[in-house]
Design a protein around this ligand. Structure first.
Ligand SMILES: Nc1nc2c(ncn2[C@@H]2O[C@H](COP(=O)(O)OP(=O)(O)OP(=O)(O)O)[C@@H](O)[C@H]2O)c(=O)[nH]1
Ligand SMILES: [Mg+2]
Length: 402
């Protein structure tokens, strides 16, 4: 019954919510850790493994999935980010919403390419809400080797702009940590680090603002989407504005597959929306629902950019001013033209830049601090007649500046 479900949800809502991104190189054990950690957190007195991760993973290929688990002291949304380099854009989505992160490093392979790339992406998550899990220690028995791995991890933390000595590092095994009595305490230790992380203060009383992170079925005027509530509250029956589209009305809200009447800041929820203007186009990933008509959609953004050439000798080719780019802004994707500071003709791929502008092909919601992935490649300057963008890959990450 809906009312008892609501009552159940209310019970957990007295605990603060924390979305945590689980990031790291491909096959480092992130998905395995999500399960082990969910078991550890929900195994505490008063803990509940509420839902997930969602099972539609195989159906839609590797993608971001979330699980909701309640511990003794808070509600965690554990966000599993796929590690493959071709899926780096998913990391911008997760990093834009999550206020804490677990970086998974495989004990046998130590720091790898996406370990550093994800770490660069995370900048903005404070040291106090970042923890490194050195996984698969069951397969790398030598303590001397693990000390070396830990040293390399700290060095990478420093390189990526963190105070490497202030970040907690936990050694353990996600695979064995699910049921093996010898390894369970290692996942327990990770759960303890999470429990000690400071709370995030969500602005629950601000006007509602939610970003669409996924769109699903469209049935006539009704569309099912997944959103992350950035601030305020969304309620069933209320109208919200989608810039460039018009008004939508919320018909249903689901949280962890349960119907609820209201969604709160910090939560991922499913919405059934009805578009009020006839003939309207579909809703797009990255668009926002807002209680106010005037929200910050920009067609020029300024970025603080960090190029991966800092670590990869592969990305040494400079990016000329006026290059085509593709930016992932949180969950949104948009084409644009790169405009470096006027004194620079091109951007070196092993640097960090403070004020790179991107002229976007359409207005996109881009609040200050939003995580960005930048794709360029064999990009001819845009003004050349007939020049078409040829995407070659992700070359850097950054954040939106004021
Ligand atoms: N020995 C050992 N193997 C592990 C451990 N954790 C994960 N694995 C194995 O490593 C492989 C990859 O694990 P996943 O959890 O799928 O890794 P992932 O990081 O989610 O991979 P992607 O999503 O592809 O980036 C699987 O075969 C796991 O069984 C561990 O603690 N010890
Ligand atoms: Mg995985």
């Amino acid at each position: 019954m809906a009312s008892s479900t609501d009552g159940e949800r209310e019970m957990y809502r007295d605990r603060p919510v924390l979305p945590v991104a689980i990031v790291g190189h491909a096959a480092s054990g992130k998905s395995t850790l999500l399960e082990a950690l969910s078991l550890a957190l929900s195994g505490q007195p008063g803990g509940v493994w509420v839902a997930g991760p969602r099972v539609d993973r195989e159906a839609r290929g590797p993608r971001v999935v979330e699980g909701l688990v309640v511990s003794a002291r808070r509600r965690y949304t554990l966000v599993d980010v796929p590690g493959d380099r071709s899926l780096l854009r998913w990391a911008s989505r997760a990093v834009s919403q999550c206020r804490a992160a677990i970086l998974v490093v495989h004990a046998e392979r130590s720091v790898e390419a996406q370990t550093r790339e994800h770490l660069m992406h995370l900048r903005g998550v404070p040291e106090s809400r970042l923890v490194v899990f050195v996984n698969a220690c069951d397969a790398a028995a030598e303590p001397g080797w693990l000390d070396a791995v830990e040293a390399e991890v700290r060095e990478s933390l420093w390189m990526c702009g963190y105070n490497g000595d202030e970040v907690a590092i936990v050694r353990g095994s996600a695979l064995k940590g699910r049921h093996d009595a010898r390894w369970q305490p290692t996942v327990g230790a990770l759960a303890e680090v999470l429990e000690r992380m400071p709370d995030v203060s969500w602005d629950g009383d601000a006007p509602a603002l939610a970003q669409i992170v996924e769109t699903y079925r469209r049935e006539g005027a009704s569309t099912v989407v997944e959103v992350f509530v950035q601030q305020g509250r969304l309620r069933v029956g209320e109208r919200y504005f989608v810039p460039g589209l018009g008004a939508v009305r919320v018909r249903e809200i689901q949280h962890a597959r349960r119907p609820i009447m209201m969604a709160e800041a910090g939560e991922y929820v499913g919405l059934r929306l009805v578009t009020e203007s006839t003939g309207a186009r579909g809703l797009r990933r990255g668009e926002v629902l807002s209680a106010l008509e005037a929200i910050e959609a920009r067609d020029v953004i300024t970025l603080r950019l960090r190029f991966f050439g800092l670590f990869h000798p592969v990305f040494r080719r400079p990016v000329p001013a006026g290059s085509h780019a593709f930016v992932h802004l949180g969950a949104a994707g948009c084409q644009g033209i790169l405009v470096p500071p006027s004194e620079l003709g091109e951007l070196q791929c092993d640097r960090e830049y403070e004020r790179v502008r991107v002229v976007l092909s359409r207005p996109v919601w881009a609040v200050t601090g939003l995580a960005v992935t930048l794709r360029t490649g064999r990009c001819p300057p845009a003004e050349r007649v007939g020049a078409l963008p040829a995407w070659a890959g992700t070359v850097g990450v950054g954040r939106v500046m004021p």
